[in-house]
Design a protein around this ligand. Structure first.
Ligand SMILES: C[S@@+](CC[C@H](N)C(=O)[O-])C[C@H]1O[C@@H](n2cnc3c(N)ncnc32)[C@H](O)[C@@H]1O
Length: 494
């Protein structure tokens, strides 16, 4: 087992020499420049990126093969060549001069190895496999990236800012260390996750007061970072934090079209800090499971035709839980503002003086066709698309079908049962019967099914395939484009 001593080097203003001019060398050079090093590159050939850096005098270039003495004055060196004889010569010089050398993919000629790095703000995590598997190191780094993100970086920034004050207020080093652990192990991060920096400071203040009587002057000194919180409507951010007796915030989070991986990172962060989750029928159970075990879960979806859980009841529920000081996540399929009644909920919250924030979601209107390989626009065939609700045309419709029949791509949500009606209206407005059409059911989910036909036969094909909601209908030439992009197996083809 090779044992390497891990360090983070301060390269600012120091000379680093890179031997090699290919893509790997370029990547190394960019890393060194980002760390503030002065970089010299030695290579007869150059990647376009390196040539560009040299043109802009960002690096010094020696456009020739490596010579002994090229490492003179170097503080660090990297050999990014695929020539082991060159690596060997560079290594010999590096050892002679005492310059640390990394020879890429050539462990034998390395006196240091480069870890896979995950950086988020001031946090850097370096992963090494002792040079045995850079690929594994990259995958491990990606896993770490999922654990250490924006929220941790923001927390780190806040703790760094509080550090001098805390050192003054808790002079005993052991008590201070215990306090730091109490802070990082506490729910302070949940306040940060919600963007409630005032709340985080308040919670830290509570923890400080628990370690003993200290002069309470931390808060007034905290400065402007408190204003970095995201905007919240309906009430000022400052009024929405801290004590349970105060009103909590409602976050309308778009859960995406079905696949739980398609929620936004912000949405997921908030969900993981929820006190209450109010969710709809189309929200993936895997997402609901992301809320803390202690969170109250309220299902308000039932069935599309079920009027038992009326919108007013949902509004009242959101207001009630927020007034109890809870952080409420209103989780809706797709995007809350696309046929999601999100605006009505915002109106009710505003009227009740409850702070709220909208976290956009990936709407099924574009994501479901995309998951089936159908682009809703295409430079050659469709420069506009319309999204309509199909359920409103069973028998009657206020939509302008004449105009809709002329839109290049029509995306119909909630249109499966009304499909024969929709087809009839479009044909009555002159849409050609051979216009391509598709129905995609359970888009982005493992059970996704797609039926493709034309305006003339799509309703029959969908019925014959026994497609069930949720489903999206796409009508227009883009469906034909989709046939050339076999993203998923089609159930049937026209
Ligand atoms: C009440 S609307 C809500 C739309 C949602 N707010 C959005 O942005 O995707 C529900 C309709 O969205 C469509 N839909 C949602 N998820 C879907 C999916 N995974 N596959 C197909 N259609 C879907 C269906 O037409 C369904 O009837």
């Amino acid at each position: 087992m090779s044992v390497f001593y891990p360090v983070f080097l301060d390269l600012r203003g120091r000379r680093a020499v890179v031997i090699g001019g290919g893509a790997v060398a370029e990547q190394k050079v960019r890393g060194l420049l980002a760390a503030g090093a002065h970089v010299t590159v030695v290579s007869p050939d150059m990647s376009p990126g390196l040539a560009d850096l040299a043109r802009r005098s960002a690096i010094e270039l020696r456009r020739r093969r490596y010579h002994d003495h090229d490492l003179a004055g170097a503080w660090l060196a990297i050999a990014a060549t695929d020539d082991r004889a060159v690596n060997e010569a560079v290594y010999a010089e590096a050892e002679r001069l005492g310059v640390p050398l990394n020879a890429v993919d050539d462990l034998e000629h390395c006196s240091f190895i480069a870890p896979a790095i995950h950086r988020e703000g001031d946090i850097t995590v370096a992963v090494s496999t002792g040079g045995k598997s850079p690929a594994l190191a990259v995958r491990l780094r990606q896993r770490i990236a999922r654990l250490v993100g924006r929220v941790e970086a923001r927390l780190c920034e806040l703790l760094g800012e509080l550090r001098p004050d805390l050192a003054e207020r808790v002079p005993d080093a052991r008590a201070r260390t215990a306090l730091w652990y109490a802070i990082v192990d506490s729910d302070v991060i949940e306040f940060v996750r919600r963007g409630d920096i005032d709340g985080a400071r308040g919670r830290i203040e509570e923890l400080i007061s628990e370690v003993g009587p200290v002069e309470s002057r931390l808060k007034p000194r905290l400065g402007p970072a408190a204003e970095a919180a995201v905007p919240v409507y309906g009430q000022s951010r400052a009024a929405s934090s801290l004590a349970d007796s105060e009103t909590g915030t409602v976050y309308l989070v778009g859960a995406g079209p079905g696949d739980p991986g398609l929620i936004t990172t912000r949405g997921l962060e908030l969900l993981r800090s929820a006190d209450v989750v109010v969710y709809d029928r189309l929200v993936s159970p895997a997402l609901v499971a992301e809320a803390p075990a202690s969170a109250e879960r309220v299902f308000v979806g039932k069935h599309p035709n079920d009027t038992a859980t009326r919108q007013q009841d949902i509004n009242a529920l959101l207001v009630d839980r927020a007034r109890r000081g809870r952080t409420v996540i209103r989780l809706k399929g797709g995007d809350s503002f696309v046929f999601g009644r999100g605006a009505e909920e915002c109106e009710a919250l505003r009227a009740a003086g409850v702070p709220f924030q909208v976290i956009p979601g990936v709407t099924s209107a574009t994501a479901v066709p995309a998951a089936a390989g159908i682009p809703v626009t295409h430079r050659r065939v469709a420069s506009a698309f319309a999204v309509v609700a199909g359920h409103e045309c069973e028998g009657r419709s206020d939509l302008d079908w004449d105009a809709l029949a002329r839109v290049p791509t029509l995306v119909v949500l909630m249109g499966l049962s009304a499909l024969p009606d929709i087809v009839a209206r479009l044909r009555a407005q002159g849409m050609a019967p051979d216009t391509p059409a598709a129905v995609i059911a359970s888009g982005t989910l493992p059970e996704q099914r797609t039926v493709v036909g034309t305006l003339a036969d799509i309703a029959d094909l969908a019925a014959a395939a026994a497609l069930a909601p949720p489903a999206i209908v796409v009508i227009g030439e883009v469906v034909r484009v989709g046939l050339t992009l076999p993203v998923r197996e089609l159930v049937s083809r026209a």
